[in-house]
Ligand binder design. Structure first.
Ligand code: PMT
Length: 432
């Protein structure tokens, strides 16, 4: 993906600047035309000549050092860039980018970059600097503008501390950049609604029922859909993971909140992916005041929550695609097929959460995709992002087939499971 691409590599003044030489080398070896812009402080750690030798291009440090009178370097570079990488990015660099300061070659180049091509930042700094709320706030601001990050790793830091702050490895940075440049735009204009995370069902003002969902699976779907051009609404319950930028984010708490948020947006949605772990039961009554210990035992009466997926299945138009998830520990295929049928979902993505690396909290997942008629595809253990991409391809193909069928004036229900689900649901309605 990097072959022939012009990549600006911004290097700022931290000890990890020495690793930027390896980043430049990886990108160059992958065929990219790498243009290095250094801050003055970065040159205290590594000489520009190092980057010049690797990239075979003059390194720019001084905004006013214009080699060619016919061009203004920072504008020209920004216009030509297929991607920008800043590695390492210091706390100072993040602040300048977030605030829009332009007082050197790198910051002016980034100001002139119009955001039409990816910007990828690899922060590196002391663990306490990284944890500082102002640094996190600047990162959040940049994320909100669509900037991508490769998070720092944990380990021994040059400052003597151990913790999160060391720059991601050059391979990770190059891989992430390749993935960003590889993303197809095959969901341009498609409206995708994703649910993610856990719902929270309040017992009293200080206690609640919830589950282990981290939000990672749903967030990966939302991020992948956005990268492929979709207009994404992300309805998120409680989640530890960081939601992706560039999506409409709707925060909810309970299953009822999620039901309201999702159902209100459903008519304007083409593809729904329900990765959230929604509580099946909630306290029948929520106490307004903290419940006191008055006996050795306490009985909590629970009632069913609304089944969002099932309601979507009931309301679904023929052109809409509905993808549900199923977290199971046994009889995975049987339950998944029953869920697809009873909820009229076009696809159920089943994860066997008893397996290592699968389901709740992990960065990886292994899933089997079912329709009401049976198994469609198995995706072995891989990153949640690549699972997300494959699921979106399955959803897009079903959506396109529906559109083609509608255009051809047919009403056959183009995707496997779409028409079968409705008839099967009547026959096999069951509690799953
Ligand atoms: O968030 P992570 O840590 O990354 O973990 C990912 C995950 C394990 C949560 C995810 O991959 C997953 O399996 N999500 C669905 C978990 C689940 O609640 O399964 P279920 O079998 O209880 O529900 C089946 C489907 O119905 C799900 O799409 C669920 O969103 C939906 N549902 C369930 C109950 C309810 N009241 N309304 C619903 O819409």
């Amino acid at each position: 993906m990097l072959q022939g691409k012009t990549v600006i590599l911004g290097v700022t003044g931290g000890i990890a600047a020495y690793k930027a030489a390896a980043v430049a080398s990886k990108l160059t070896q992958a065929g990219a035309d790498v243009r290095v812009v250094m801050t003055a402080s970065a040159t205290k750690f590594v000489a520009p000549l190092t980057f010049q030798a690797i990239t075979r291009h003059r390194v720019v440090v001084d905004t006013f050092d214009e080699e060619d009178a016919a061009v203004i370097s920072h504008i020209d570079l920004a216009d030509r860039a297929d991607a920008v990488v800043v590695a390492p990015a210091t706390a100072n660099a993040l602040a300048k980018l977030a605030l829009g300061l332009g007082d050197d070659m790198l910051s002016t180049t980034l100001l002139a970059h119009r955001g039409r091509t990816p910007v990828l930042i690899a922060p590196a700094m002391n663990v306490h600097m990284y944890a500082n709320p102002i640094v996190q706030q600047h990162m959040e601001t940049l994320r909100g503008r669509g900037v991508h990050f490769v998070e720092p790793g944990e380990g021994f830091l040059a400052c003597g501390y151990t913790g999160k702050g060391r720059m991601a490895e050059p391979e990770q940075i190059a891989d992430k950049l390749s993935a960003l440049l590889a993303a197809p735009r095959d969901l341009d204009g498609v409206r995708v609604l994703v649910t993610a995370g856990a719902t929270v069902e309040r017992i009293d003002p200080v206690r609640y029922l919830t589950n282990d969902s981290s939000g990672k699976m749903g967030f990966a779907v939302a991020e992948a859909a956005r990268a492929r051009g979709a207009r994404v609404t992300l309805v998120a319950g409680r989640a530890d993971a960081q939601p992706p930028a560039g999506v409409e984010l709707v925060r909810v708490e309970s299953a009822q909140d999620m039901y309201d948020a999702v159902l209100a947006r459903f008519p304007e949605t083409d593809i729904v992916v329900k990765a959230a772990a929604v509580a099946d039961y909630r306290p029948a009554a929520r106490a307004d005041r903290k419940l006191k210990k008055s006996a050795d035992e306490m009985t909590l009466t629970l009632e069913r929550t609304p089944d969002i997926l099932k309601e979507l299945g009931a309301r679904k138009r023929p052109d809409q695609v509905l993808i549900g998830f199923a977290a199971e520990t046994h009889d995975v295929a049987q339950y998944a097929v029953l869920k697809a049928a009873s909820k009229r979902a076009d696809f159920i993505v089943a994860n066997d959460v008893s397996q290592p690396g699968v389901g709740f909290g992990h960065d990886t997942n292994a899933v089997s995709v079912f329709t009401a008629d049976g198994l469609v595809e198995e995706l072995p253990l891989q990153s949640k992002r690549s699972v997300a991409d494959r699921l979106l391809t399955i959803g897009r193909e079903a959506f396109a087939a529906r559109a083609a069928a509608a255009n051809a004036g047919t009403s056959t229900g183009a995707s496997a499971g779409a028409s079968g689900a409705s008839s099967a649901s009547e026959a096999r309605e069951t509690s799953t």
